[in-house]
Design a protein around this ligand. Structure first.
Ligand SMILES: [Zn+2]
Length: 237
């Protein structure tokens, strides 16, 4: 009897392991429990829906802890207590300037939280030096208060490497978010002196200055510069 039991158990255990590998590599089942970053499928199979994202290799991955739902060619992850979305066009975001080239600055975007929803960026943002008519010559929309169209800002990107900025997502392009910093809250919210590293102070509209070495840097200064509590209220709810 003992020998028969042993023979029965071993093939079953082997089959379970093989089946487990098969699930991980080839197929994910409805209602499977997944963790952030878990592989769910490929874009040829499904379109990436709620709480999932597509990585640079075209694999669909879970953005949150939850259960898989598959339907109508879409794959999503559900969790009644946790919602996570991709950064979308029109919203304000927070990030740090990582590169400053002649006509474009690149921004690493933070994960932010607004009204109980966590927003994550799957790509970097860029700010294009402004020309009359705005980036790429497209006309600007109306500002958030409704009413007046946004005024063209003076030329230049108006932020530098290391600056923490608030920006609005103007366009959601395939490999980058195009950002604008014209809104009242938008612009630099934290900046260090490029010469001595001291925290810059606001000298006036569009101008930061160093309390130590007196260096002056023209920047688009946010209305929330030096107000971490207000920034937290905006992005930490
Ligand atoms: Zn300085």
């Amino acid at each position: 009897m003992h020998i028969i039991s042993a023979l029965c158990i071993r093939p079953q255990a082997g089959a379970a392991i093989a089946f487990g590998l098969l699930i991980m590599e080839d197929k994910i089942s409805e209602n499977a429990f997944v963790m952030p970053g878990d592989w769910l499928g490929v874009e040829e199979e499904f379109s990436s829906a709620d709480n999932t994202f597509v990585d640079s290799d075209g694999a669909i991955r879970a953005a949150i802890i939850g259960n898989v739902h598959i339907g109508n060619g879409k794959i999503s992850v559900r969790n009644p207590n946790w919602e996570r979305r991709k950064v979308e066009r029109g919203m304000l975001v927070l990030g740090t300037v990582t590169d400053d080239m002649k006509s474009v600055a690149f921004i690493k975007l933070d994960t932010i939280r607004m009204n109980g929803i966590e927003y994550f960026a799957i790509k970097d943002g860029k700010i294009v030096a402004e020309r009359p008519g705005g980036p790429r010559g497209r006309p600007f929309g109306r500002d958030r208060e409704g009413g007046r169209p946004e005024r063209p800002a003076p030329s230049g990107k108006q932020c530098g490497v290391g600056d923490v900025i608030i920006a609005k997502v103007l366009f959601d392009d395939p490999d980058v978010y195009t950002l604008g910093i014209r809104d009242r809250e938008a612009g630099v919210v934290y900046s260090e002196c490029p010469l001595c590293g001291t925290h810059m102070a606001v000298e006036g509209p569009g101008m930061l200055s160093c309390p130590e070495c007196k260096d002056r840097e023209p920047k688009k200064v946010s209305a929330l510069y030096g107000k971490p509590e207000e920034i937290k209220r905006l992005f930490g709810k």
